[in-house]
Design a protein around this ligand. Structure first.
Ligand code: F6R
Length: 601
């Protein structure tokens, strides 16, 4: 949603460290940004617009200090204006605060502070925090105690970081919003430390991190760091080492992160499958999860991850285990009965508020929970009983691509590992071939020509059956979020029950037809329905059926099993969406109104 950064111990370079950190966090929000530098006095520079705009402004303003905090915003309270950009300051300009999350009781606090004489300059919920700190300071509290007192008044979700004029430390706390401490090396006897919403913000400086827990408070200064609970009881958090390299967060010569991440899928899949697939033994290794033996599985997830969950639920059902996928934001409104069901939260970021809240609901009713996530140390991984990492590496583009492929691969591993069936050998062999098959799709895809041919379309439709149905939904989501064109995905059989009315010669229909079985034959029937209405048909096919006869264009994938054909077809749809958006000149990595990590419900 928003991104926070903080650093100490980079005298003369603090602004650069903050602004560079913010640019790696820009995927979390990008409508306004700012920094506050502490060096005796506080200097705050903030404005609406992107990080590049802020970079120019700070270069001209030249603020410096031995510590600082910064923020990139995705508006929730108030439009993206200069006033609403973080950091927010108190009446005296001596306290600056950045915040990610939502302060639910901000209106009550704001009324109370106004009555006490405080003046507010923004529409944000965040601004109550510097004023609460100011009130505590003027009542005689020391800086650290003043921040603790302010934080203890907040209800809702937050990661906050505060700096105070004349104080050599950054104070920060978290509740329901991510916050990571980075521990750098000492330079000339000065410790270098970082705080951020996500590791990429400081990964080029250090790989040693502490993932802060909800209810923890941290003080960071050039002489060291200390984590306590909100009441001040010392905590002894583990220091973890990040496994990926800083280069993994760069664009590596690609025009966009999304393009790079689409092309990284063979490697991401290898990482995901490595040491987890024993082809000779016909087994997968999912550790102790193999013994969970669930009587049923409920998936909760949002967006792309929900599409992965729909696919995962089918895999479990095919293996004989009752399974259903729920939109996380809908789960709590009429929760399904839970007996011995396992509830699996699928979430790339591990921080999606809707998914966390659905998992909490399930846990409160006694369910065992499993997180399928990409981010080690994320909230979901810490809150669930077990975590299974998809190992896709960092994904920066707002549109999920390689993480979706790795989610599908992971759900294959989990369904085979937890619910063995007679088809496992064939499934494992197709998983082994998957990275190379994806590479073949990337090398040979005709998606760019197809994007060009249909650039002027009114809308794009996607149809598929069985394991290709979630792919149809995902193809449409990718197309709409990065091109801003109308796009819809349908179960192929549903077309004739209504959506067919939308189909014209200006609405290409992407039809996933793989294999040559009953499902393929029925989908070809649906293709004929749209062809008869003069809609152009793009067949995504492995060439086993005769769908090409009815198609205007073909996107080919190698022959494989139905479960891996879904991953391969999806790569073609990612490329079609990417090239369409590129030709339309869209800001592909940062589509309007969207953020990578959605930490509000
Ligand atoms: C779409 C996309 C979103 C996310 C959704 C859930 O490209 O990325 O739909 O899939 O916001 O995010 P995670 O997986 O982090 O829970």
């Amino acid at each position: 949603m928003c991104g926070i950064i903080g650093c100490v111990g980079h005298e003369g370079e603090t602004t650069d460290v903050l602004v560079e950190g913010l640019s790696t966090l820009e995927y979390r929000g990008y409508d306004s940004a700012g920094v506050a530098l502490g060096n005796g006095d506080l200097e705050v520079v903030k404005q609406s617009g992107k990080i590049d705009d802020l970079r120019d402004t700070v270069a001209a303003a030249g603020p410096e200090g031995h510590l600082g905090i910064g923020h990139t915003r995705w508006s929730t309270h108030g439009p993206p204006t200069d006033e609403n950009a973080h950091p927010h300051v108190d009446c005296t300009g001596e306290v600056a605060v950045v915040h990610n999350g939502i302060i639910e009781n901000y209106q009550t606090l704001r009324d109370e502070l106004r009555e006490a004489g405080h003046t507010f300059r923004s529409d944000t919920d965040t601004e109550v925090v510097p004023h609460l700190i100011e009130a505590a300071l003027s009542a005689g509290a020391e800086p650290e105690a003043a921040v603790r007192e302010a934080v203890s008044r907040l209800d809702g979700s937050f990661a906050v970081a505060a700096v105070i004029a004349g104080c050599d430390a950054i104070f920060a706390a978290r509740n329901d919003s991510p916050l990571v401490l980075g521990i750098g090396d000492e330079r000339d006897g000065v410790g270098q430390y970082y705080l951020a919403s996500d590791v990429p913000a400081f990964r080029e400086h250090t790989d040693r991190v502490v993932y802060l827990e909800d209810g923890q408070f941290v003080r960071v200064s050039a002489s060291g760091w200390a984590v306590t609970d909100l009441a001040g009881e010392p905590a002894a958090p583990a220091v973890d080492t990040v496994e990926w390299d800083p280069e993994e967060t760069g664009k590596a010569g690609y025009d966009h992160f999304m393009e790079k991440e689409i092309n990284e899928q063979p490697r991401a899949l290898r990482q995901c499958l490595s040491e987890r697939v024993d082809e000779l033994g016909g087994e997968v290794n999912v550790g102790d999860l193999a013994y969970l033996n669930p009587r049923g599985v409920q998936f909760v997830a949002c967006g792309t991850s929900y599409h992965a969950a729909l696919y995962g639920a089918q895999l479990f059902r095919l293996a004989g285990v009752p399974a259903q996928a729920f939109l996380a934001s809908e789960y709590a409104s009429a929760p399904p009965p839970i007996g011995d069901e396992l509830v699996i939260g699928v979430t790339q970021s591990g921080e999606t508020a809707d998914t966390l809240s659905a998992l909490r609901e399930a846990r409160s009713r006694g369910a065992r929970t499993l997180a399928v996530t990409n981010v080690v140390g994320s909230t979901v991984a810490r809150e669930c009983d077990d975590a299974f990492y998809i190992k896709a590496g960092p994904e920066i583009g707002v549109a999920a691509t390689k993480t979706f492929a790795s989610q599908l691969a992971s759900l294959n591993l989990l369904s085979i590992g937890m619910a063995p069936s007679k088809d496992d050998r064939e499934a494992i062999a197709s998983l082994r071939d998957l990275p190379a098959d994806v590479q073949q799709v990337l090398d040979d895809s005709a998606a760019e020509e197809i994007a060009e041919a249909y650039l002027d379309s009114d809308a794009y439709f996607f149809i598929g059956r069985g394991l290709q149905y979630p792919v149809a939904l995902e193809g449409a989501l990718k197309m709409k979020e990065i091109t801003y064109k109308h796009a819809e995905g349908f179960a192929a059989g549903e077309l004739k029950h209504g959506p067919l009315a939308l189909v014209t010669e200006r609405t290409p229909v992407f039809a996933m037809v793989t294999g040559d079985d009953e499902q393929a034959r029925k989908t070809i029937g649906n293709v004929k329905e749209v062809e008869a209405r003069d809609a152009p048909v793009v067949a995504v096919t492995d060439g086993q059926s005769d769908v090409e006869r009815y198609a205007d264009h073909v996107l080919s994938i190698p022959e494989s099993s139905p479960r891996t054909a879904a991953v391969l077809a999806n790569v073609q749809l990612q490329l079609a969406a990417y090239h369409t958006a590129a030709k339309l000149g869209r800001p592909i990595d940062k589509p309007r109104n969207l953020a990578k990590s959605v930490t509000v419900e």
